[in-house]
Design a protein. Structure first.
Length: 232
């Protein structure tokens, strides 16, 4: 399975996402923001970083990059798309996901291993998990506060479109502790934590078993590979 990872000016986790795809058994395909060619990939990842220096609003300029025309079209036709951190911000700015992301309520950049509760295990990217399962994923952001109107929040909750919720601590002031959401079809998912940093023993979060042994993030990438192969 070919999974495209798009690099924008200021992306810094694109190589990590490519490695995660490879470890999950997929073929990572490096894509460039200035292209209109998705190179026949089966799924897409918008990685973390600081696209265009986060000027204007985080993800706002990147959402207007040439390749985003193709991303929006592919997503609307059912292609799985994952937005991680800055990628989540791009998806919100491109209106593929509802709501928005603003400066952390404490005004500071935060970097920590974060416990999440999986609220929706039926999306293209969460099928390897169970609803209610708690996973630990690294988090690093300065503008990670999820916001939306009360009406939108109620709709997201009612339609089961909250994909992940922060557990134990809300690190950035996100409304209703929301860490990630999905679109109505379940093929587009965005979240602030970084699953690509929890895919390989020795480099992930600490666990009760051993330091740096957490690999909860790998399930995101194996989920989409398995889902796509089954549907094919």
């Amino acid at each position: 399975m070919r999974i495209g990872v798009i690099t924008f000016p200021g992306s810094l986790d694109d190589r990590d996402a490519q490695r995660a795809v490879r470890l999950a058994g997929g073929e990572p395909v490096a894509l460039w923001h200035g292209s209109h060619d998705l190179e026949a990939v089966d799924a897409l990842i918008l990685p973390g970083g600081f696209s265009y220096g986060d000027y204007l609003r985080a993800g706002a300029i990147a959402s207007l990059s040439p390749i985003m025309t193709e991303v929006v079209d592919a997503a609307n036709h059912g292609m799985p798309v994952l937005g991680i951190c800055n990628g989540f911000q791009m998806l919100a700015e491109a209106h593929l996901l509802e709501g928005g992301l603003i400066r952390n309520d404490h005004g500071s950049f935060i970097c920590r291993d974060q416990v999440l509760r999986v609220e929706n295990a039926s999306t293209a990217w969460t099928g390897e998990f169970e609803a209610g399962q708690e996973i630990t994923i690294p988090l690093k952001n300065g503008e990670g506060g999820f916001i939306a109107s009360e009406e939108t929040l109620d709709r997201l909750e009612g339609e089961g479109r909250v994909a992940f919720r922060y557990v134990g601590v809300n690190p950035n002031g996100s409304l209703r502790d929301i860490a990630g959401i999905t679109n109505a079809a379940g093929n587009v998912v965005g979240l602030m934590p970084h699953p690509e940093h929890a895919v390989e023993p020795g480099f992930g979060p600490d666990t009760a078993a051993a330091m740096r042994s957490g690999v909860d993030g790998l399930g995101f990438f194996t989920s989409v590979i398995r889902r796509t192969l089954v549907e094919a």
